[in-house]
Design a protein around this ligand. Structure first.
Ligand code: TMP
Length: 212
């Protein structure tokens, strides 16, 4: 459209190893944006509330076994079932802060030895985030934080491979933040990064799809 500005919400994704602090930073960002009067929601993947999400949850809790390819496709399906809601929220001006997305999908499955291109394929056509914030912490430091809850992937050797996989997924939409800084310093950096992105999307920024 010629001079109409297609204002929209921002799609912001936080990624990182287990215990990197993503989840608490997501909730801090949510309250910050709410206090500023923005329309904002925080989501997470896997979304364990759907039927697919319940299958994923039981797998992660070691209550069921699934072939590596099958569970990969379930994680992807779990994002596809939220795609249209995601697009309509963004179009209506709501910013989404998302705890994990397709990058977790590829990083965790390829850390098991699945082919990276095979892992990326089912993600093609999902909305690409406007920004990916990677909370950077070494697998050793993350493990020291304790609280690995005993879910399937929460083991040091595996997390080391996940960290390697994440590295090759980085592109120009990624911001790497040192997750070992004090929690308030991390928060401050995230606020800056996110506000800049929210304003850009308010001014109108075209949607992009994965993976291009
Ligand atoms: P959570 O602890 O953030 O709920 O995530 C559960 C686990 O699932 C975590 O170890 C990362 C992993 N995961 C995948 O393997 N593939 C995916 O697509 C997503 C979103 C998460």
């Amino acid at each position: 459209s010629n001079n109409k500005i297609d204002s929209r919400g921002a799609l912001i994704v936080l990624e990182g190893l287990d215990r990197c602090g993503k989840t608490s930073q997501c909730s801090r960002l949510l309250s910050y944006l709410e206090e500023l009067g923005h329309s904002v929601e925080s989501w997470r993947f896997p979304d364990r509330n759907t039927g697919v999400g319940q299958m994923i949850s039981s797998y992660l809790e070691n209550k069921s076994h699934l072939d590596d390819h099958a569970i990969h496709l379930l994680f992807s399906a779990n994002r596809w079932e939220k795609r249209s809601l995601m697009e309509s929220k963004l179009k209506s001006g709501t910013t989404l802060i998302i705890d994990r997305y397709s990058f977790s999908g590829v990083a965790f499955s390829s850390a098991k030895g699945l082919d990276v291109e095979w892992c990326k394929a089912p993600e093609a056509g999902l909305l690409a985030p406007d920004i990916v914030i990677y909370l950077d912490i070494s697998p050793e430091k993350a493990a020291e934080r304790g609280g690995y809850g005993g879910e399937r992937y929460e083991q040091l050797e595996f997390q080391k491979r996940v960290a390697q996989s994440y590295k090759m997924l980085r592109d120009s939409t990624w911001k790497i933040v040192d997750a070992t800084l004090p929690i308030e310093d991390v928060e401050k950096q995230l606020r800056q990064i996110v506000m800049e992105c929210v304003l850009k999307c308010q001014k109108g920024k075209p949607f992009v799809e994965l993976w291009q």
